[in-house]
Design a protein around this ligand. Sequence first.
Ligand code: 6YU
Length: 531
Amino acid sequence: MLPALRLLPLLLLLPTSLSDSSLHPGDPQLMAPPSPAVVIVGAGISGLAAAEKLHKHGFQNIKILEATGRTGGRIYTQKYAKGLVEIGAQWIHGPSPDNPIFQLASQFGLLSPDALLEENQKAYGNNHPSDMPVVYTSSGGNISAAALADIMGLFITWLEQARNFTNSRCGPEDSVGSFILQQIVNSSQEWDKELVDTNMALLRGLLNMECCVSGTHSMDYVALCPFGEYTMLAGIDCTFPTGFESLVNRIKAPLPSGMVVLNKAVKRIDWNGSFQGNDSHVYPVEVQCEDGDSFVADHVIVTVPLGFLKKQSADFFSPELPTSKMQAIKNLGFGTNNKILVEFEKPFWDPNTTLIQVLWEGDSPLIEPKEDLKQNWIRKLSIFVVLEPPAQLGHVLCGFIAGKEAEFMETLTYEEILSSMTDLFRRITGNPELPPPVSILRSQWYSQPYTGGSYSYVAVGSSGDDLDNLAEPLPTDKEALKPLQVLFGGEATERNFYSTTHGALISGRREAQRLIDRYPQLGVTASKAKL
Ligand code: 6YU
């Protein structure tokens, strides 16, 4: 392509700031490579962060194609009860200066003064609720705080040990679940006989909670060797008083209108081709949409969830992805963690309670859960977070449920879940007259066609290399005439921070940086134009 022809798109897309400045078309500074056409698939935080960074560095020709009618993806704040709740991401995991979500949230003034305290930033919460739960048993009893503290202490130690397996000897088939089960069996030899049933039921509940943290059906699915590669940042997890989506809104605010195209589902990405654009430039990539529209591009950044890729990757790319990438998509885990929000007229819990654990009597990590999901799905629901502040939100509990039971729950009607919740709370409080919840709201992440679950984990049979592999741009041939045609972002491409919003944000910026490095002159032109 002749340089003069390649300049055409830049001249057509000249921003006002450029045309108003002392630079004029034809100036040597503008003889830099033209702004390449970049299509970003997905307007979650990864896609938006990529766009924001590229835009800031002078890329002018960017389109973000989003399948649904909203931006934010798995960051989704909704009105509920008297305030706002999160349907997806809830906490900043590790709110401290190394976390870019924390950096942005503090910069935009979106956090409460408590979250900004230095002592909060230095403490370690390990992505888990930091308070001790109050335990309610399924027959309306309670468990002493001391008994719970003993078991919690053991469980946390075993999780810590599981993380330390990185770089030491363990087999590819070993799972976090099998390791913990072995510790349970060993430890139980020393328990008082009368405590065995309670301890086992407590441990089953803690494993259920861990399934929510890892976004998996069973900890037996989570690979042991790479478990410690996931990096915990310092800081006690905090939330956004004005909703997580307020951060998304701030990130996308500088993007020109029209850059984000909603309700524009991508059907297929044709790459390694020659596609004629309206500007007579020939592009290597064409993005085909479900509605028949198509977009030519020099580069496309794919930020769709791993759950979507698992279902669609075979037909989504033409030519097909290399075998190693297809294998990584297959090997990595992507599970479901759902929420059930329950609003009460009056709280049945004590005002100091922040967490409620349900102890299902008779359950044990040594006994396989019953397969009849209709009868038993609710036994997987073991943890409720008391949402705050009640004065602004009302009395709301947020239950977490993971795996096949969470997926089954999505198929139930509102009335069925409301009735199950009424029964559950009457059982655990031992009060058959407890008024039913005022309302419920549940997430259905598994059924969302463009998500297919909640977040990724490193499954047995996969490793951190699969996450890196997923992040590799195409074509892989380093000498390719047109490199970086298809780039991959999204939480599942961050080896140390997968499954989180900060991982997703980092991945989007990482892919933007690849393109910025490829067009160093663009940044120079943009900063000169700003002078
Ligand atoms: C966090 C938290 N958190 C709870 C629940 C969920 C998640 N996470 P997106 O999906 O956002 O965007 C992609 C877009 O692409 C999307 O809009 C699609 O519609 C679109 N798309 C798809 N196909 C398309 C097509 N064909 N064409 C066009 N567009 C298309 N993270 O930091 N704190 O508290 C939680 C939680 C219920 C579901 C979470 C949390 C995960 C984040 O939400 C998620 O990673 C990012 O938002 C993803 O952004 P993205 O841009 O990549 O994709 C020990 C240990 C083990 C490790 N795990 C630690 C625990 C960490 C997870 N914690 C979870 C806890 C909660 C409650």
